[in-house]
Structures are given as C-alpha cells and as structure tokens.
Design a binder for this molecule. Structure first.
Ligand code: SF4
Length: 475
C-alpha cells in the first residue's frame, strides 16, 4: 500500500490534491480508452488509485486499483473494458484511508441495473448520513452517496436522474460527481460548486471532466463549465440540464487557481497559468524587496516567480532543480537521511545563487517542513540572503471540502504571526499575497470563491471532529 503523502517528510508542504473525475458517452466509441487518456490528464488531482467503469449498454464492468493511471491500466486491461459509456476517477484520499475498497468508481449492482459513481470533494454531514444508513463495506462518503442513490432506484423505481434529484439535496459539503448506470451518464456539482466540472464534445460524444486540459488532450471541444448546483443528464438525446438544489452562493475553491488545477486548464474563462503569473506580479507590487535573483520553487512556484520577476525587474533564474520522479509512492528515507530528504526532490544549483540575494517564490505553505529545508539548501548553496514570497495568504484553517491538510495543529500559520513564521523558516523576510490581491489576480468577477482555509469563513456548517477516518471509527 502506498504511504500517505502527509506522513512523508519529503512531500509534506503540499496540500493533498482533490480527486479527478471524468465521464464519456457516445456511440460505437472505445469509452474506456478515452477515459484512460482523460484520467492521464487528471493524474495530478490524485495519485493513490485509479479506476474506470464502462457499460456496453447492458452491463457495467469496473476495473480499479491502487497506483497511478499508467500502473493500473494497460492494453490488456483496456481490451477487457468494452462499451461506449464510461466513468473514471483518480483518487487522493480525503475521507477514508488509501485502500482498494475505497478506490473509485464506487459500484452497486441491483438486478435490473447498476450504478458507478466517481466523486471529487468531501461531504460535511457524513456522520449524520452514516448513522441513518448502517454498516457499509467501505469507509468513504462516496460510498454513502452511492448507497442512497441505489436505494432510490431500487426501492422507488426511479431513473438515475430522478434518483439523483431526490437524494442529492440531503448531501452537504463538496461533491462534484460523474455517475452512470447501464445507459446514462450524469454530471453534478454541489450547490456551492466547490470543485469544477466541465462539459466537452468529441464528434458526437459528450465528455465530462474535472478540468479542460483533459478535453484538449483528447482533441475535444470545450462546451461550457457545469454551473454550481447543476445536474446534466446525458442520454441518447444528448445533455439535459436541471437544478435540483435550493440556490445558494457559489463557492469555487480558490486553491484550484493557486495550486490544484493544471496550468493549461481554464476556469471561469481564465487560463490558470496566466492567473498564477498575475499573482506573482501582484506580490511584487505588494511586497517589493531588494534582491539579485528570483528563484521559483519548482514546479508549483514557477508562474508566480515569472510574474514576480517581470514586475520587479529582478532576474528569474532556475536555482532549484526538481527530480520529477519523486511521487506519492516515494519510500520514506531511512532516519539517517531524513534531514537530506528534500534534496531527493529538490536540489540547488549553486552556480545560480552563490553570493546572491535570493527571492524564493512559491504558491503556498501548508506545514512548512519542506520549505524550511529548502531555505537551508538555498543558504548552503551560497545565497547571502533569502527572502520568501508566497503567492497566496497564510494557510491557517483546515479544509473540509476535499483537500487533505491534516488538522489545524499541523498548519504552520495556524497560530503564528508572519514574523514568527519567518523566524521558524529562517528567512530574512517573508510576505504572503493578500487575499484581495489573490482574488483580483484570478481575473474572476465577484464574490464567488471559498477562501475558508485562508480566512476562516466557512460557507457551510463544518464537522466538529476530524472527518477523514470518521467512517472507519464508526464501522
Ligand atoms: S477551504 Fe481552502 S482548500 Fe478547501 S475548498 Fe475552501 S478554499 Fe479550497
């Protein structure tokens, strides 16, 4: 079993990504193969497990396993997944542990039909739902949703679309779903729309995807984003839209812009890479510094560092090199090597930073342990000063909507002032991009973002206890 990223000292400064969801429906297409490539494009959203469910019109077959998309699927596996309707998922565990049982799509078979469900997000009323529903085989909120939908189809004889419209309003929190039965594909965003979902078209086939980059890679056209609170039922007649929830304020996760989404995806009409460059430019204007070189923390800090360099005039140099092959399955180094652990992922290029005053730019700090080691590496490589600039505000509050950051005690900024954080990280100066400037840099209009981890303003009721292993404790 993979170790969890949050337990790995090399990977601890990054929030655990949300999951990736994908769906395709057409005629005479290799839906599983298209889904494979779609998931490949969404690999960054979850690296713990991958799965595809496919229907030939009469039966659903599911194949899923722990590991990366390319590790789970090969030609032989795809050849055993015939059909023109499919749903896929890449998982990062935010409720329940990383186990085969908890990998997705979640599948339920019931006599005349079956459903498979792929979920991105976290419910916030899992405990109330779990106590209503009794013991389950798995330990995720996604399993609870599947159970409720299957129950509405079997007990009340509802179609998949009607069963979703009946059951979804009882779920609270974050849920972007791709769901299928034998003949129908459905995409849903919760009423706040915490996680994205877009609609695309490839020939006569319809595609649902967490991000637009997957459409580009398949050669599909982007049609539109699914709106918060919208459900799109895709049958042989094409997509039909409805809004089964009470309307509420949209609250798209602002970390999709800061870190989650691929730089080549677009959201709210904005290219993510350009938005991140604007964050860097805004940071340079807001928090100028005297320095010789701008160094990004690769790869997440690159666009913000480009923007910072452009606005400040401080030359951009690649002072750190990333080993791209260190992934979530990376084995913990032996104790003796721990202190050098981050070097396995990121190492300095002394020739670029020796005797220089360095501005180090990254997009966020969650726990801080990796950042501290990075600063030490940059100093060891000969930097005379290290000024840290972060292109988002301090991450002070835990996320309950599908991002695994651990509890509040693990967050570097939870109870520390900026000066205290600077001292902990051993930097000469530290500045974070202010929230208003971050929102402006996204290019989006209006008050449409969730910023709870940065502001403490949660848009929904939140669970009292740490929810990740809630269902395992109850079972
Ligand atoms: S709390 Fe933070 S990470 Fe979670 S959904 Fe809101 S903005 Fe995104």
């Amino acid at each position: 079993m993979n170790e969890r990223a949050l337990d790995n000292p090399i990977l601890t400064d990054r929030p655990g990504e949300a999951c990736g969801v994908f769906g395709v429906s057409g005629e005479d297409i290799e839906a599983a193969r298209l889904t494979y490539f779609g998931l490949f494009a969404l690999q960054h959203r979850g690296q713990e497990s991958a799965g595809i469910s496919v229907s030939d019109g009469e039966n659903i077959t599911v194949y899923k396993d722990l590991g990366l998309v390319a590790q789970v699927f090969d030609e032989t596996v795809l050849a055993g997944l015939p059909g023109s309707l499919a749903v896929g998922h890449t998982r990062y565990s935010t409720t329940g542990s990383n186990s085969w049982e908890n990998s997705q799509p979640v599948f339920r078979h019931f006599g005349w039909n079956a459903i498979a469900l792929a979920h991105n997000g976290n419910l916030t009323n899992t405990d109330a739902l779990a106590s209503q529903m009794g013991p389950l085989a798995a330990t995720t909120d996604s399993e609870l949703m599947t159970e409720a939908i299957a129950h509405a189809m079997t007990e009340d004889g509802l179609s998949l679309g009607d069963a979703l419209a009946r059951t979804l309003p009882q779920f609270q929190g974050a849920f972007t779903l791709c769901v299928m039965d034998n003949t129908t594909l459905v995409g849903v965003r919760d009423p706040h729309g915490f996680r994205p979902l877009c609609l695309g078209k490839l020939g006569d086939s319809w595609i649902l995807s967490s991000e637009t980059a997957a459409l580009d890679i398949l050669g599909a056209d982007f049609v539109r984003q699914i709106a918060p609170g919208e459900m799109v039922v895709i049958s042989q007649d094409g997509p039909q839209s409805s809004f089964p929830f009470e309307p509420t304020e949209p609250r798209l996760c602002i970390f999709e812009f800061v870190y989650f989404a691929r730089p080549d995806s677009t959201l709210l009409g904005q290219t993510i890479h350009k938005a991140r460059q604007r964050m860097g430019r805004s940071l340079a204007d807001q928090a100028p510094v005297e320095a010789d070189v701008t160094v990004p923390v690769p790869e997440s800090g690159i666009p913000a560092a480009q923007g910072f360099s452009e606005a400040s005039g401080i030359p951009y140099v690649d002072g750190l090199v990333k080993n791209r092959y260190v992934g979530r399955t990376f084995i913990q180094p032996a104790q003796a090597m721990r202190e050098r652990g981050v070097r396995m992922k990121l190492n300095a290029m002394p020739g670029m930073i020796r005797d220089k005053r360095v501005v180090l730019v990254d997009d966020s700090i969650v726990r801080g342990s990796t950042t501290k080691q990075l600063v030490a590496i940059v100093r060891e490589a000969g930097a005379t000063e290290v000024h840290l600039r972060i292109s988002s505000p301090p991450y002070r509050w835990p996320c309950f909507y599908g991002m695994d950051t651990g509890d509040r005690s693990t967050l570097l900024a939870a109870d520390r002032s900026i000066d205290e954080i600077a001292e902990t990280l051993d930097v000469d100066s530290l500045e974070y991009l202010e929230l208003d400037n971050l929102i402006e840099a996204t290019g989006a209009n209006g008050d449409i973002f969730c910023t709870a981890c940065l502001s403490g303003q949660y848009p929904t009721d939140i669970p009292i206890a740490d929810g990740k292993f809630l269902l395992e404790r109850l079972s």
